[in-house]
Design a binder for this molecule. Sequence first.
Ligand code: UDP
Length: 486
Amino acid sequence: EPNNKKKHIVMVPLMAQGHIIPFLALARQIQNRAPTTFTITIASTPLNIHHLKSALSSTSPNQIRLAELPFNSAQHGLPPNRENTEKLNFSQQVKFCHATLSLEAPLRSLISRITEAEGQPPLCIISDVFLGWINRVASSLGIRNITFTTCGAYGTLAYISIWFNLPHKKTHSDEFWVPGFPQNYRFHRTQLNRYLTEADGTDDWSRFIIPQISHAMKSEGWICNTAEEVEPLGLKLLRKYLQLPVWAVGPILPPAELKGSKHRAGKESGIALEACMEWLDLKDENSVVYVSFGSQNTISASQMMALAEGLEESGRWFIWVVRPPVGFDIDGEFKDEWLPKGFEERMRDNKKGLLVRKWGPQLEILSHKSTGVFLSHCGWNSVLESLSNGVPLIGWPLAAEQTYNVKMLVEEMGVAVELTRMESSICGEEVKKVIEIVMEKEGKGKEMKEKAKEIASHMRKAVTEKREEKGSSVRAMDDLVRTILS
Ligand code: UDP
């Protein structure tokens, strides 16, 4: 009886840290909701599956299956064994994106294997917005398809609408309106990344992104890592633009059993989680500035110099996850060209700053009571991790939809100030000034802190499971599961 069998859901994230982790977290949530109903398989390339396996602690019940989709980066003109967007330069990134199309054949054979073994095809494929082509595969096989955007609603809408409409190409002015947003909203040219500035609809990025989003818009609906109370405007506008259901099931944070982040921190930075926590334990409440630019991007050498100077001159305590700047070997040693002479030793001796190499235990740092503000590139996972802990942000967006995230954090939520964006030049004095504003116990700093705490409380409510006051995200998850089964 096929109906008595477990239903299979296959999930396929884009191969990037900020996508794979939320996919795993979503898989856990669906599974916990209906443990006897679904079998879940996360499919990715062999190296990503390998990392995922070692990141999942061996004690956690391992019901989520992991499947390898063979991928040969060298075949696509990339260095060998590059299966993740990390450590790729700008021109390699677009190549990598186009190369993901080669996963179609391996995905089809995975689905055949599942169908053969279980006597029925998977019920549903949940795929990344950036892998929109999966919608074509799913519909050719009669399998349902739902899209997961790991970004926020506002950022997702701005991102897709700007790619679709290239509104900056239709005006000479620096400011422009983006279709889908209220008529009086303005975006600025400096908020566009270099691909968009150069895009004309026929360039390599346009030829990848536009069809992927178009395909994804043919899926049954989109899952969004946000909550109704957190992004009321963004969700309303995104639903109207897509004309599809959007399930706001967030915030979905890295699941507890994922020891990956801590593990990786210990391994790559040489600083154990315990050492970081001990350092934080000695500081006052809300007194530490945490600085990190995520897993993909780095700033320039001169920007790093300015940031170091600003941090030092602010006199505040800080933890900085330092990655060598653009153009330098990511695995290389610290250099005087991009950090002031003797900076690290000075910060160690006066106990002002902890420099963590490449990868920090971010969630643990953000949930420590001593952390007062997050100077961040404002990737969506970082935003959620910060706000869920009531930590306001200093925005320094670098890529993707990060500039739009910052716009929303500043204009809609009042929980951030923007320090600078992308490649803009900056001096230490500006860094110091912004830190002062946000760390103030009165005025704007106090206001931002209060608003961040309010968002944190909205987030907690949204994920409340208690029967009598079930949160909006929990209800959305119930509805999503019902829809998949309908
Ligand atoms: N992260 C971490 N330690 C680091 C840098 C990043 O644990 O030193 C984690 C962070 O907690 C988040 C993810 O990696 O979950 C980064 O995702 P985000 O969307 O913020 O940015 P991206 O890396 O995709 O630009």
